[in-house]
Design a protein around this ligand. Sequence first.
Ligand code: ASP
Length: 349
Amino acid sequence: MTKSKILLIYTGGTIGMIKEANQPYLKPFNFENILDNVKEIKLLNCHIDTISIKNPIDSSNICINNWIELVEIIKTNYNSFDGFVILHGTDTMSYTASALSFLIQNLSKPIILTGSQLPLGDLRTDAKEHLITSIQLARSVHDFDSALLSNNQENVIKEVCLYFNNKLYRGNRTTKVNSDQFKAYASFNYPEIAQSGVDLKINYNNVFKPVNNNTVFYDTLDDRVSLLRIFPGISKKIVKHILSDDYSKVVIIETYGSGNVLNSEWFLKEIKSCIERGKYVINVSQCPKGSVKMGQYESSIRLVDLGLISGKDITIESAICKSMFLLTKNTNLNDFKNLFELSISGEIS
Ligand code: ASP
């Protein structure tokens, strides 16, 4: 049996941070030290190469350029490796997973993001298990599952995933939900891809099936995206301000429940003129589980008439990244709407 080749990509985050003497805060440390800290990796039956982005960061600083850098690293190394594991800070890992799922399409091998709540060097760290299991899941030869060995050693996981606290999720379905506990992520609208218990168990029905294996890499995103999160008592002036700025092209409105908004005339008028000025307005619910269903209540029926784009059951992280991606296509409103409402990488049901 040939050994799988895995590329471990380091971006920063708690997983690779240390506390220096006399400093109260954590900061990124030299990536080379990571493998020294986890000697068990050498016991895995695979070949691991490591690479780091130019300037490892706390993921709160992640930006479009970092995502493009990650795409370049994966593109350059795509044919030489069987799978990719990205070590990333937890704060924005769901955004990065979403962005990569649009920037790299029709994957033929896994890209698994992972991080940790406690640094690798900490005695109670969750980083070690995350790192080891992510590497195991990223391997093409899944010797933990005999069913896969007879499968021509072809990868089963062909998507961007996020591994955390014993669960492998579709990355663009995840949201960070807890900054204190080890269970930091949830995927409210899509079931897990795999679980790590005594055995590693892949849920074959839940894996993404790309239309073909012709992997496509994109190298741009458009940042003209803004957000309006409504709340009871929101000021007319603030709504007007957000809906009429002259830079954004997409405005995502974070609505209530199944996509409902206040049906005051002034609010609907602001949305109408925003659309007339050429902006694409998307309805994404503040409710993490469930889907936007415009027209179910009186408080959303007018949005259908105004032609709002339905975010359906997409996460806000994914909606932002998908908008950034689709804007690069220079489409008109109709095409943008059609593309947004369809799944690209399993981000929408
Ligand atoms: N601030 C850190 C980051 O996102 C938190 C973490 O890694 O858990 O980079």
